[in-house]
Design a binder for this molecule. Sequence first.
Ligand code: SAM
Ligand code: SF4
Ligand code: SF4
Length: 371
Amino acid sequence: MSERAIPQVDPRTPVLPARVPSIPIVASGRLQDTFARPLRDLRISVTDRCNFRCSYCMPKEVFGKDYPYLPHASLLSFEEITRLARLFVAHGVHKIRLTGGEPLLRKNIEVLVEQLSQLRTVEGEPVELALTTNGSVLARKAQALRDAGLRRVTVSLDGLDDAVFRRMNDVDFPVAQVLDGIAAARAAGLDPIKVNMVVQRGTNEQEILPMARHFRGSGIVLRFIEYMDVGATNGWRMDQVLPSAEVVKLLQQHFPLRPLDPTAPGETAERWAYEDGAGEIGVISSVTRAFCSSCNRARLSTEGRLYLCLFAEQGYDLRALLRGGASDDDIASAIGLIWQGRTDRYSQLRGQQAPDTGGGRRRVEMSYIGG
Ligand code: SAM
Ligand code: SF4
Ligand code: SF4
């Protein structure tokens, strides 16, 4: 085996009860945490399963054939997800992203999309609904998703070289099928389409330029993501991180770029435009530039646990409230209490501490709460 140290741990973290406060917290759309950060963005993981085994996310050594995925009865139903989503939206959420695991593996996912697309923000606008996928079955699903009300999609693709990509997804999946999925998304009218590339030094940095060349001028926004120390199973090391600043420097040598202003508060990507008008790229510097001070994101796991940070060590059990007969007001109050007590700012603190591979700690896995 390589030098990667992969602890054999159960990635699921301890669960905390979601308490209903004695004084109700009415959803006013203006909820804030202890650092005055609003709740704007909700990521919902609809499955903990995936047909890829990207080594940085679900390494085969851990997610093997005996891995104990959640049983079907543990998963939130579409009705439960939609009910919770509605309460989050009442608290101020404007954007919902479906993720996983691989969200398109959840049976009839378009039915959930249809339900969520009906939601309106406190200002009465449609909620911005998005989905992140590995693209493997997008060619088959794109039109149904669009018809159900999905507007935007993000496809993960870590390189154009077939051998590199097959190695990274570790299930020998070809690039061409993901590109077919992107083409189908475009033909179905999904817009904007974004492509996420996780850059790992020593693995796929040679793909940065070919990816930029391929997507330049296509209307598709390519975003380079720093390899993160999320979870406890990917054997992360700082020397595998290629800082976004180096990505931008490399691109600048070939295609002059100028910085763009953020489009939304709390936006994670730093945007750059090609000077020649061929569109834009983004860099997400999760490791080298902490964006905790504006982090307005909550995460709902497949089994209904609320996580306040990608690096959280525990989640709050909203499913127990749902299935225990709690009223909407009670659940909204419980969500309010949890968010008001939020102190999470892992990335900001990481910069002040020794690097941590997560070994021995029970940090939640990305495939479980979604990226
Ligand atoms: N399966 C879907 C996919 O791959 O798009 C959705 C779930 S995946 C966990 C969401 C995003 O997280 C993907 O873009 C993936 O590349 C990214 N990701 C997973 N592990 C990561 C890590 N350790 N560092 C940075 N990004 C990661
Ligand atoms: Fe699956 Fe997405 Fe994780 Fe890759 S990054 S293993 S596609 S969940
Ligand atoms: Fe948000 Fe946690 Fe990431 Fe900071 S580390 S930006 S709090 S998810």
